[in-house]
Design a protein around this ligand. Structure first.
Ligand SMILES: *Cc1c(COP(=O)(O)O)cnc(C)c1O
Length: 503
């Protein structure tokens, strides 16, 4: 049937091959590799080895990067073991700093398939069945978010890319509507310097980064102030819109954040959607973090308003527990993808579409693209929606209880005593300490990390340093958190006794 000739070649040990024993080299390599991963995980006693950056750099620099003759995988895996040992142990329960999740086991299994299958989601003839699975999942997500029947989307490398795409489509749609101007062909119109984007002060930095990459400049981003809960102030939004109008500037996009990176705060999405409509703005919702509430049993309703978005960012390598990278970009009107679609004769000729073949490159800013949809698929199927929701709800409950506990403690102040998702921002602030909070909290952070005890995040609030728990790991219990809080209080006191009194 096939047209290949089965002759031994010099490179047979390096590829998966036809025939009964054709997979032997692959199976052996995977077996050896997974054993290293499992062994290091079993050994890890903290979220980080605690080695100094200099030591780690030296160990890495001493590794051979390439050899003339090649080496057995076992030899190379010794170095990989060292790398793993000094990497961040995302599965550890005290790894609770960033929006950096422990990946689900079924998703890790999916990665095996993704890499070996090596489908490329740009054209149908590089991804056939994968094309349809990604499309089905996109449709499922659009449905879940009630985006309506014209909705569509694509998997992306993450929130940065999705936010960029949202603002790109928003810019081009506005230029077409207002000036009948084709940005794709002609570049920015002369009036582009007046274009403005609105988002809150707590929005992700990639809104500005996108504006800069889109030729509008960072200054095109107008920051709307936030309320005490870090949510966009509607009063200030109205005011900012009036000011822009008075200055003859042209606001074209409003970005709502559903789950700010630091506090997990959710902007008033419904009211913002109304404001966007009244003012003819594209409404983009950055739900990189909070989008996972679509699976929550208890907090699903807090996404209300998201269904009115023109575009949405979702990130699966955060609260959906997927290995990096895995994200999505969704739009209410699929026709808007026309601003990024190109036809290449070798890849996605228009004729194919007439024949009904789907080429997903038409909806992406990437060309060659991974089959990341598979890991979300395998995770949703294996875990099930019931437990997925329970996991998310559990992390939210732990965050609320932790914040409550810390608020009642004499040793801490908490900025968000009622976390909207699962981040808790706090600092060590015992009654006997009157100043130098920044210094001592920075030291606590450092000693926890380099002692290999816990990985927390640092952030700034009103010019002062705070610490942050991002409680993504559903295995974390209140017992873990009580122990950690006690440890932090003790560590703070030790540092205070050691040096605090002298400064
Ligand atoms: C993480 C995050 C992003 C960026 O997403 P990446 O996946 O890191 O590119 C954007 N917005 C918010 C609110 C985020 O939390």
């Amino acid at each position: 049937m096939t047209t290949v000739v089965n002759i031994k070649t010099k490179f047979d040990d390096l590829f998966i091959k036809e025939g009964l024993s054709g997979q032997d080299a692959y199976l052996q390599a995977i077996d050896q590799t997974k054993k290293v991963v499992a062994d290091v995980s079993a050994q890890a006693r903290g979220p980080f080895s605690g080695e100094t950056p200099q030591m780690i750099q030296r160990a890495v620099q001493e590794m051979k990067l390439a050899t003339e003759k090649g080496q057995p995988l076992e030899t190379v895996l010794e170095d990989v073991g060292t790398l793993l040992l000094h990497s961040i142990q995302v599965n550890h329960k005290a790894c609770i700093g960033h929006l950096h999740c422990p990946p689900l086991v079924p998703a890790l299994a999916a990665e095996v398939v993704i890499s070996a299958g090596n489908q490329s989601l740009d054209s149908w003839d590089q991804s056939s069945s994968a094309t349809y699975l990604e499309q089905e999942l996109i449709d499922w997500l659009c449905n879940r978010l009630e985006l309506g029947e014209n909705a569509d989307g694509t998997f992306t490398s993450g929130g940065t890319q999705s936010n960029y795409m949202g603002l790109l489509l928003a810019r081009d749609a506005y230029c077409e509507k207002r000036w009948n101007w084709n940005v794709q062909k002609k570049g920015l119109p002369p009036e582009a310097r007046r274009l403005r984007i609105l988002c809150s002060e707590a929005a992700h930095f990639t809104v500005k980064k996108s504006a800069s990459q889109l030729g509008l400049g960072e200054d095109a981003v107008i920051l709307v102030s936030t309320d005490p809960h870090q949510r966009m102030s509607l009063t200030d939004l109205k005011e900012k819109l009036l000011i822009l109008k008075a200055e003859s500037l042209l606001p074209f996009a409003l970005v709502g954040t559903c789950g700010t990176t630091d506090f997990g705060s959710i902007d008033p999405l419904s009211r913002m959607a109304e404001a966007a409509k009244e003012n003819g703005l594209w409404f983009h919702v950055d739900a990189a973090y909070g989008g996972a509430l679509m699976l929550s049993h208890n907090d699903h309703h807090r996404l209300r308003g998201i269904q009115q978005a023109d575009s949405i960012t979702a990130d699966f390598h955060k609260l959906f527990f997927q290995p990096i990278s895995c994200g999505a970009f969704l739009v209410k009107e699929r026709k808007h993808f026309k601003y990024i679609s190109y036809h290449a004769d070798y890849l996605n000729p228009e004729q194919d579409e007439e024949e009904g073949l789907l080429h997903l490159v038409n909806k992406s800013v990437q060309t060659t693209r991974r089959f990341d949809a598979l890991k979300l698929f395998m995770s949703l199927r294996v875990v099930g929606l019931d437990r997925f929701g329970e996991m998310i709800d559990h992390t939210i409950e732990i965050a609320r209880k932790t914040a409550q506990l810390m608020k009642e403690s004499r040793f801490f102040s908490v900025l968000n005593a009622e976390p909207e998702i699962n981040a808790v921002v706090f600092r060590y602030e015992p009654s006997f300490l009157k100043n130098n909070f920044d210094v001592i909290n920075k030291q606590i952070h450092n000693e926890l990390l380099h002692g290999g005890r816990a990985l927390l995040a640092k952030t700034m609030h009103e010019g002062e340093l705070y610490l942050k728990f991002t409680l993504l790991n559903p295995r974390v219990t209140m017992e873990d958190m009580k122990k950690l809080i006690t440890d932090i209080a003790e560590l703070g006191e030790t540092i205070y006794r050691r040096e605090g009194k002298t400064s």
